[in-house]
Design a protein. Structure first.
Length: 136
């Protein structure tokens, strides 16, 4: 009886060893379009990322303060006065402008324009010379 059981088991082992096994190469296909995946997934991935994003920036995180109406008016007026001062140099006039931050001296030097800017806080000075200008 034992021989009757051993023969089918041996036959089964020999048959199982003789079966050929076939395998293919595993290929990774990315999902994210940023890494070469399907471009149609981008809106879905973006919506999922926004749905789980719980970060809310504070107003202080923006890195700037809102300018007041008075500051905007002062800045606009300062810009206008500098423009007028430069226009007057074209007519042969010289001038000086003092603001909270700097002194601005503009002079006509025989067809050349000299602009001197002095920083009030540091005392640092910059001079710009432009030649070839003729007054109007």
């Amino acid at each position: 009886m034992r021989n009757n059981l051993i023969m089918p088991i041996v036959a089964l082992l020999i048959a199982s060893l003789s079966i050929s096994v076939a395998a293919t190469e595993l290929v990774y296909t990315p999902i994210n379009p940023s890494f070469g995946g399907n471009a149609l997934n981008s809106s879905h991935l973006f919506n999922v990322a926004n749905a789980i994003n719980d970060y809310k920036p504070d107003d202080e995180d923006l890195g700037f303060e809102e300018e007041s109406n008075l500051d905007r008016l002062a800045s606009s007026l300062e810009s206008r006065l500098i423009s007028q001062l430069l226009a007057d140099v074209g007519q042969g006039n010289t001038g000086q402008l003092e603001t909270d931050d700097f002194y601005l001296n503009i002079a006509d030097d025989n067809g050349g324009l000299i602009v001197q800017i002095v920083d009030k806080a540091t005392g640092e000075s910059t001079e710009i010379k432009v030649a070839g200008l003729t007054p109007d």
